[in-house]
Design a protein around this ligand. Sequence first.
Ligand code: PHE
Length: 457
Amino acid sequence: MDFHVGGFIGGTDLAQGSRDQWTSSFGFFAAAVGSAVGLGNMWRFSYLTAEKGGAAFVFLYLAFTLAIGIPIMLAELTLGRGSGKSPIGALAHYGGARWKPLGALFVVTGFVILSYYSVIAGWTIRYALEALLVGMPADPGSHFGLISEGGGAFIFHIVFMTLTMAIVAGGVSRGIERVSVIAMPILFFLVCGIAIYASTLENSASGYAYYLNADFRNAFSMDVLVSAAGQAFFSLSLGMGAIMTFASYLGREGNLPRQAVSIASADFGVAFLAGLMVFPIVFALGLQGIMGEGTLGTLFVALPRAFLEMGAAGRVVGSFFFVALVIGALTSALSLFEVVVSAAVDGLGWSRRKAVLLMGVLVMLLGGAAAFSLAILDVMDQVANNLLLLVGGLALSIFAGWVMDDPIGEASSGGGDPKGLPVWRFLLRWVAPPTLVFVLWHSVPSTFANFLALFRG
Ligand code: PHE
């Protein structure tokens, strides 16, 4: 029943021409992968892997991706496409008005993540420009200290947000899709090229050994588990309606289960490749000590130092690396911002231009806090990942598993074999909720403690 309602409403919207659509299924795929692949795969994945003890963390992160990430990805795709609405409307469409607050939580999460994400993205723009124009900094440690906090960080955050706003203002097909279909293949080639280059370095073997040999001694500490869960959601762009929003611009045709698996595979693939570039380079140059410190900035200190020591080749590789980071960050920011913008367009009846402008300025201001304090940035990242996205994911799995009428029919309409989908529903009902409650149970106290510690100085 819901399926027909969804189809009908989607059709009506389309007939009125009020809602943009992807022009091709590759366009949607590129945009969704663009959303998923970003700083999470390169910056966050490598620094967490270093901090949390190498391959054991990677293994847990993969397990979360498969057992919980892909099911929730399919749930978001299904809700978005079926309703043809941005998250607040999509949830109300299938669950009634009392689910609207969850959609509002998604918008808040989008604000929080984009605010600090854009600051880090600003660092990457700066590094990319410097690598191209003047080379690597002579003292990467103090350089990072200089650029990561304060006026400079704020300005590059504004630059990055302006770019994001300009593209999102262009709309879904003419802005986001057009950029993603060009940017994502470039990103992929850059990452592959650097990983291949890294394999030719002398002593790269110790990097692979660290990255790929699991030491399960600390894999089962709660802290590692929480980080792996948060990372799976963050990296796949799940738990805040980003994928749902993108899916709301899909036509009725298309195999959603296959899309979910392809997007998640591409995302994991790039994260894995990022490890294959970062660890061999860092270990080949004996810089694992810096990586081991496992702070937000490690990647931005260890890699430039490695590039510096590699001479001319390092400058080329370094430029490519930071350009890849900028591309990844930008295409992800488009989806974060689209959640916020589409909520204002659909919910408040604003024009896209007005929504982009007002919401963009708000993100610029909120991001100012992160730009001026690394400690605030760190806490925003923890609150978003270890709390907001997990709560969002928990609610989504309950919603699609228990509340929605016919998720299997919706997910398989338009192509795709429904045979495997009862397994999907089982995972949404019985695996995701208890696991996420367990993870939250452990992450909430420490996240709150870190949050409060901010105010105590
Ligand atoms: N997935 C993005 C990354 O890995 C970040 C992101 C999170 C984007 C949530 C959208 C929603 O960088």
